[in-house]
Design a protein around this ligand. Structure first.
Ligand code: NAG
Ligand code: NAG
Ligand code: NAG
Ligand code: NAG
Ligand code: NAG
Length: 368
């Protein structure tokens, strides 16, 4: 027979269990990852601590529950294997990723042959695939095989305090035929909306940032050195790029500082409301600012299928100084494709050759 006290106790337990579903109790756990085999169980928790380890020939894939916090507490290396990648992937909503200044090392010198993703060895790419919203901060990424970050966030994401260092790829090696060994090492490849990238630095051999489509993107307080500068494009058919702010960045010793490139054969695309504010470019090797509708040619016959408007230099001064053999500004628009009045009142350029222009729109505040 069951006593009254026992019945009461059973009833109370039932109330407690009903108030906190067991799945939630489980999610409050802390998962620890010290090898790839720990991932499956750790991602059932909403706090995850990662210790140093090496993962080989598979993606270190964190498919996370909403509101998960991830702490990187050691360095991650990837076994040197020729395969498609990506090396690391993170997805989920409202995620907090704290890199704690630890490093992801892609093992670049093993792969580099001066050809990037155009040929030679198969290279895992991208190195870091970011498909989360929330914040991703304070980590170092060195020696990517080819492209570094690919970002396609499902909602607002801020990426900050990232140090990308592929500078070792500037040197030639035995496989690179006299070319820099690192190639196609884009820092951030972005086709997305509602993204901020700030306070980061990129040393590489290709674009610092490349926006292929998307809107409401802010790139601010970053430094870019050695590569191809901050790029919108290349823009292919049926793509829209709008509401982009490129603010307070420092671009040093790149081929160009600021570039918009659209495919000569593209149709049905729009690039509008691009604001450059308070950027500084020095030691630019080919161009300061290159806006070119003839891609893949440079300053070839421009196409007319991408409408460009409201490309403005506004707010704080943008100061662009190029090498003596370089062109401060080259603006190569298709006939009637660059429209409206562009405000270039916050732009100062110096050094180099005369500017180039074809089919330019009305420009106020700067004499091109
Ligand atoms: C991959 O190779 C590079 C270059 O030889 C080396 O620096 C790196 O430590 C290697 N990575 C691993 C995990 O062995
Ligand atoms: C970026 O740096 C600026 C200036 O130091 C600072 O105000 C801002 O909070 C930083 N952003 C992040 C996300 O840390
Ligand atoms: C662009 O969109 C149009 C209309 O929807 C379509 O006919 C065309 O095939 C698209 N072009 C490309 C390259 O996707
Ligand atoms: C241009 O983009 C900015 C954000 O970058 C936004 O605040 C502004 O409203 C946009 N202007 C137009 C005309 O859409
Ligand atoms: C251009 O932008 C500046 C801000 O940088 C503003 O003061 C000026 O009024 C704008 N010029 C035009 C013609 O809109």
């Amino acid at each position: 027979m069951v006593h009254k006290a026992q019945l009461l106790s059973i009833a109370l337990q039932a109330v407690v269990i009903a108030a906190v579903p067991s799945s939630d109790i489980q999610k409050r756990c802390t998962g620890t990852i010290s090898s790839i085999s720990d991932v499956t169980s750790a991602v059932k928790c909403t706090t995850i601590n990662i210790n140093a380890f090496t993962v080989s020939r598979q993606t270190f894939n964190l498919a996370l529950l909403d509101d998960t916090t991830v702490n990187l507490n050691g360095n991650i290396a990837f076994g040197n294997q020729s395969w498609a990648g990506p090396l690391f992937q993170i997805s989920g909503n409202s995620i907090t990723f704290n890199g704690n200044a630890h490093t992801f090392n892609g093992g670049g010198p093993f792969y580099w042959d001066g050809q990037g993703t155009n040929g030679g060895t198969t290279k895992p790419t991208p190195m870091m695939k970011i498909k989360m919203s929330g914040t991703f901060s304070n980590t170092k990424v060195v020696n990517s095989p080819a492209q570094v970050f690919s970002v396609s966030n499902p909602a607002q994401l801020t990426i900050s305090g990232i140090i990308i260092d592929n500078s070792q790829g500037d040197a030639t090696n035995s496989k690179s035929n006299g070319l820099p060994a690192g190639h196609n090492t884009d820092g951030f490849d972005v086709s997305t909306t509602n993204l901020i990238i700030e306070n980061s630095s990129v040393k590489n051999q290709d674009d610092c940032l490349a926006i292929n489509k998307g809107s409401n993107i802010i790139f601010t307080g970053n430094t870019c050195s050695g590569g191809h500068g901050i790029s919108i494009g290349s823009i292919s058919s049926n793509a829209t790029v709008s509401n982009i702010q490129i603010t307070g960045n420092t671009i040093t010793n790149n081929d160009q500082a600021l570039r918009i490139k659209t495919d000569a054969t593209a149709t049905g695309s729009t690039v509008t409301n691009i604001t450059y504010n308070g950027n500084t470019g020095t030691g630019l090797r080919r161009y300061g600012i290159l806006i070119d509708q003839s891609y893949p040619s440079t300053l070839g016959t421009p196409g007319t299928g991408v409408k460009l408007s409201a490309v403005n230099f506004m707010g704080s001064m943008n100061t662009i100084s190029v090498a003596s053999s370089a062109t401060p500004i080259a603006l190569n628009c298709g006939k009637g494709a660059c429209t409206g009045t562009w405000n270039w009142s916050a732009l100062k350029t110096s050094g180099g050759q005369p500017n180039f222009k074809a089919n330019a729109p009305t420009i106020s505040g700067y004499s091109l």
